[in-house]
Design a protein around this ligand. Structure first.
Ligand code: ZN
Ligand code: ZN
Ligand code: ZN
Ligand code: ZN
Length: 459
């Protein structure tokens, strides 16, 4: 399962209620699994600034042989050598070309399997474990997916070129497809503390976990190590009832299902995906009666609650704002521009409901853009307005919500507003303790110092 931004959704308000389970064996916030990767690859764009072993962003030194990968110190280099020694000559051979990340990952998997990796088990309970061959390969689906086949062909060509003149051989197409299938449907995006994807990895044990758009567990990372935390109380450790989210939950059920179908070859039938209300809320316009203000379906003739008529003018405004927002956010996929976000937000005012998912996405982009250019007042405004949408769609126990609170607290501290910073940092603490654990580096290195400073300055 490839994780983009790790996203957890939880029904409104339910998070604050006490658990319905009388004697839960697993409590919310409990770490239920920690696992080292079976294979992983640092994204090539970070190879000159992050260690290829621990993934730390620091001063790094290149491997003197291949000059492709870098390490933060000798200890990391020798730890990595067991795996790197097999690929080092191949990376050297193609130098100074950059190997596509998927090709390097496939190469690592081939070599790992060739050197005894077939026997390695990843444990998800004391006795429950999985080997690489136990992972789903989705062979039949990939065989009928022209886009995947084309991708695999190009990777095959890269591998053949890299691994020519070596005793290690590129597996035949059938075998390669089964490895590739396991990679694309079980690979995780390893995230740094800011939730940026920095590496791809396969973890064997955790591959047992299924997806839900309303999950009860969350995956977080520390270096290349994966942690799974329960975000709800659980009767017992039953992996058939433990779900994480593989996808971005800031999307409509239709988009999420398409995403899951395309990447993981299944149809999500979670409670959120089958609830027609979810799409209505995500796409809602704003009732034109200012005293009402509920989300409405612009195709209706009247507001359900206050009966105010919905004019063709409002309908047109809605359609044009939605199209305008989509086009501009698509165009800003990689970098968001503050002025463009502002134009979108202005057009949305009075037309889109504040919980319309496209409005939330725009606020999200505006928040990041404002931070990038150091416009702190703007950032605080967008970040605060972003909170209800994050709570609703990502859920109350989500790393992204915890991080948003932490960023808001940090900016307010910077603006010398310690009294306002404190509640945000305490919310961040409450959430991140559950999603990451008290001893996680994100808390130790970033959150605790901010809390100490805020408490000191607020008094
Ligand atoms: Zn290192
Ligand atoms: Zn090397
Ligand atoms: Zn779903
Ligand atoms: Zn109304």
């Amino acid at each position: 399962m490839e994780m983009r931004k790790s996203s957890i959704a939880k029904a409104n308000g339910a998070s604050k209620s006490k658990s319905n389970i009388p004697n839960p064996q697993i409590k919310r916030g409990q770490r239920i699994l920690t696992e080292k990767p079976f294979a992983f690859v640092l994204k090539s764009k970070y190879r000159l600034e992050r260690c290829d072993n621990c993934l730390e962003a620091t001063k790094v030194l290149k491997c003197s042989n291949c000059r492709y990968v870098s390490y933060c110190n000798r200890a990391c280099q020798s730890q990595a050598w067991a795996q790197h020694k097999h690929e080092c000559p191949f990376l050297k051979k193609v130098h100074p070309r950059i190997v596509p990340d998927a090709a390097r990952m496939l190469c690592r998997l081939i070599l790992r399997l060739e050197h005894g990796g077939d026997l390695i088990r990843g444990y998800y309970t004391e006795h429950g474990s999985r080997k690489f061959r136990d992972l789903m390969s989705h062979y039949a689906e990939i065989k009928n997916d022209p886009m995947r086949l084309e991708h695999l062909d190009s990777l095959h060509a890269v591998l053949t070129d890299m691994m020519a003149e070596s005793p290690s051989t590129v597996p035949n197409k059938t075998e390669l497809m089964s490895i590739y299938g396991r990679l694309i449907t079980n690979g995780f995006n390893v995230l740094d503390a800011e939730m940026n994807s920095i590496a791809t990895a396969i973890y064997l044990g955790v591959s047992i976990t299924d997806h839900s758009c309303q999950p009860n567990a969350v995956a977080t990372f520390e270096g290349n190590e994966l942690h799974i935390h329960a975000i709800e109380d659980m009767e017992c450790l039953d992996w058939s009832k433990i779900f994480i989210s593989y996808i971005d939950l800031l999307n409509t059920p239709e988009e999420r299902r398409l995403d899951l179908k395309e990447h993981y070859y299944f149809l999500c039938c979670c409670s959120k995906c089958i609830d027609p209300q979810e799409t209505k809320e995500m796409m809602a316009a704003l009732c034109p009666n200012r005293n009402c203000g509920i989300g409405i379906n612009p195709e209706r003739t009247n507001c359900k609650r206050c009966d105010t008529g919905i004019s063709p003018k409002l309908r047109n405004a809605y359609n044009s704002v939605m199209a305008f927002t989509r086009t501009n956010l698509e165009a800003m996929k990689d970098v968001a521009y503050l002025d463009v976000c502002k134009v979108c937000l202005n057009k949305q005012t009075g037309v889109l409901h504040p919980l319309n998912v496209w409005h939330v996405k725009t606020l999200d982009a505006a928040f990041e853009a404002a931070i990038d250019v150091g416009k702190w007042t703007d950032a605080l405004d967008y970040g605060q307005r972003l909170l209800p949408g994050y709570r609703k769609y990502h859920g109350a126990w989500n790393p992204l919500l915890g991080l948003l609170h932490m960023k808001l607290g940090k900016i307010q501290l910077h603006e010398q507003r310690a009294k306002e910073a404190l509640p945000h940092l305490e919310d961040a603490l409450r959430i991140l303790t559950v999603t990451h654990g008290r001893d996680h580096r994100l808390l130790a290195e970033q959150l605790y110092p901010l809390l100490i400073q805020a408490r000191h300055e607020a008094n």
